[in-house]
Unconditional design. Structure first.
Length: 224
């Protein structure tokens, strides 16, 4: 636990960045799994999806270690409560990636129209982009603190937050397009396939939703 205390003494965001490193690795591995799923490489997809599950467990353990070591006696530039809330939201990004990986493992995508698979891949790419931007945002927040809230560093942070919000809006549009495609292809899809597709889409949307929630928490910390 001492290592976390030392990190908090430097900056309240140093431990969050350590956790974010693993969350980033989780979503990047999911991105590879989605590509293998799209390409029909089921064995590689399975290996990567199981790795997503393992990395999410690592992120959970780091989260618990940070929470246990965050003493109320530590003097920080932001409140302990804000740090813990942000940590919880950042961890939810990894949770959502794990949920997607589990749905990928349910069945092979044989018989699913290429157009639908293509939209799912786009949703994955955009959702994971949002998660990567959250990583950049927490690293930038550390720079904001170290700069003494310099105006230029603050503007760079707000720019990242706006980019995350823009990506989330893009995914909303893709989600609508996917639902339209599912209904247009209703004759070719059975009930189980439709359920499978929509749940993959739901979990991918959750990644960007949780990324947006994390960005909003950073915005609130900046405003304080």
């Amino acid at each position: 636990m001492q290592v976390w205390t030392k990190l908090f003494a430097k900056s309240p965001f140093k431990p969050l960045i350590k956790h974010a490193d693993v969350v980033l690795e989780t979503v990047e591995t999911l991105e590879k799994a989605l590509r293998a799923w799209y390409d029909g490489n089921y064995d590689e997809m399975k290996r990567l999806a199981l790795e997503v599950d393992r990395l999410e467990d690592v992120a959970d353990r780091i989260k618990e270690e940070i929470r246990d070591s965050l003493s109320s006696k530590l003097m920080m530039a932001v409140s302990r409560e804000d740090v813990l809330i942000y940590l919880h939201m950042q961890d939810k990004v990894a949770d959502a990636a794990e949920d997607t990986a589990k749905w990928l493992l349910v069945k092979r995508p044989d018989g699913i129209p290429d157009g639908i698979k293509g939209i799912i891949l786009q949703m994955g790419t955009e959702s994971i982009k949002a998660a990567k931007l959250v990583y950049d945002a927490i690293v930038q927040m550390d720079r904001v603190i170290e700069s003494g809230f310099a105006e230029g560093e603050i503007e760079r942070e707000y720019s990242l937050i706006r980019q995350i919000e823009s990506v989330e809006n893009e995914i909303d549009g893709l989600d609508t397009k996917l639902m339209q495609l599912v209904f247009e292809n209703a004759d070719e899809l059975n009930w189980a396939e439709g359920f499978y597709i929509l749940n993959i889409a739901r979990t991918l949307s959750n990644i960007s939703d949780k990324a947006k929630d994390s960005a909003e928490r950073i915005r609130l910390m900046m405003n304080k």
